[in-house]
Every structure is written in structure tokens, then in C-alpha cells.
Design a protein around this ligand. Structure first.
Ligand code: SAM
Length: 189
């Protein structure tokens, strides 16, 4: 799986299936060649921001390494996170890595330092807070984080069970109503 962007595993019925996508047709071609002997592996070229090419699959585990760190757009990364949420079973793990450090300057060949914006080499950076907010926005529990501030910022997101998501939303609504009432009461004192 060396050249493939990222993949998920579906082992629900005993047989392990591996699904993989990459935006590059060349990488997909190489990966298919390397894994030609495995009939439980599906490798597809995708749009660069969703998993629709894999259809309506369900997986227990999803993984991504040195892919998001090259993507310059937070929006595109969030699209992927939401797509993984869609295909991951409840309780499933998405382990992945994003750019955690912002290399604001690049050393040019002539020895000068150039200020850089995120691009397809140094992707958009995430802070620890960004990583937590992203998980919560997309319905995940941000279980572990390692490497904040570094190029390899690893994240373990768990897809919450439906009842847990509903219970959290309910509690959040109650909390915000309570706060509104408290603010009103404190203001009228
Ligand atoms: C540094 S390689 C890593 C490949 C593989 N994950 C590995 O560990 O060897 C980065 C890969 O990400 C793919 N890639 C870059 N942007 C992508 C995107 N928006 N969607 C899907 N794949 C992307 C590239 O085509 C390339 O194959």
C-alpha cells in the first residue's frame, strides 16, 4: 500500500477488505500493480476530496498517512473527515496524521528565506484546538493526539455511537438554555 493515499478496512464478516484511494492516477496504477495478487483490495482514483468512488461501503478502521500534510485547504480535509465518518461503523477508529507545524519560511537555493503559504507540499497546519474542534464538528470523539506543533501530528478519532451523539446534543441544548436563562436572570438583578 506504499503509494496509496489512505484506506479503510472492513472485516465484519470474517473476510478482510481493504479500500484505498488516491487523487493520482499514476499512484493508483502502481498500487494496483503492487497488489495485483490480492483480490480483497480495492484501489480507486478519487476526486481529491471525497470517497464517493468507493460507493456505499462500511469499514471498521480508516487510516491516512502523509496525505493531509500536503493538502493546503482545511475545507478539503474536513470534507474527507466527514466522508470517513459516513463510511466508518459506530465505534470505529480513524487514525490519521495532519500538518501540526507551520513552516513559515522556506530556504531557497540561494540561501534566502522565503515566507510561504500552505501549498501542496506544506499543507495547512492544525493546532491542538483545531484538531479537537474538527472532531467534534464532524461527530467524532478526539480520543488521542500526539505531536501537536510538529509536522507529524497524529490523531485518533472514534466514531461515536448514535445514542452518544444524540445524548451529547441534548445535553448541549440543555446547557445553552440554562446559560441563556442564567444570563437573563443575572442581567435583571
Ligand atoms: C507522500 S505520498 C504518501 C503515500 C502513502 N500514504 C505512503 O505513506 O507512502 C502522498 C500521496 O497523497 C496523494 N494525495 C495528495 N493530495 C490528495 C488528495 N487531495 N486526495 C487524495 N490523495 C491525495 C498523492 O497523490 C500521493 O500519492
Amino acid at each position: 500500500m506504499e503509494s496509496v493515499g489512505w484506506f479503510g478496512e472492513d472485516g465484519q464478516f470474517g473476510q478482510l477488505w481493504v479500500y484505498a484511494v488516491d487523487i493520482s492516477g499514476e499512484m493508483v496504477r502502481r498500487a494496483r500493480m503492487a497488489l495485483a495478487n490480492h483480490d480483497n483490495v480495492v484501489i480507486e482514483q478519487n476526486s481529491g476530496q471525497d470517497l464517493s468512488v468507493l460507493g456505499d461501503i462500511r469499514v471498521d478502521f480508516a487510516f491516512s498517512y502523509i496525505v493531509f500534510q500536503h493538502i493546503p485547504s482545511k475545507h478539503v480535509i474536513e470534507c474527507y473527515i466527514r466522508e470517513v465518518y459516513r463510511v466508518l461503523r459506530f465505534g470505529g477508529l480513524f487514525k490519521f496524521q495532519v500538518q501540526g507545524g507551520y513552516h513559515k519560511f522556506r530556504l531557497e537555493a540561494d540561501g534566502t528565506l522565503d515566507e510561504v503559504e500552505p501549498d501542496s507540499w506544506i499543507g495547512v497546519p492544525f493546532t491542538d484546538r483545531d484538531a479537537v474542534d474538527l472532531a467534534l464538528r464532524c461527530g467524532f470523539e478526539p480520543r488521542y493526539r500526539i505531536g501537536a506543533g510538529e509536522q507529524e501530528f497524529w490523531l485518533w478519532y472514534i466514531r461515536r455511537w448514535e445514542w452518544e451523539t444524540r445524548a451529547r446534543r441534548f445535553l448541549q441544548r440543555c446547557w445553552s438554555r440554562l446559560r441563556t436563562r442564567w444570563d437573563w436572570w443575572a442581567g435583571s438583578e
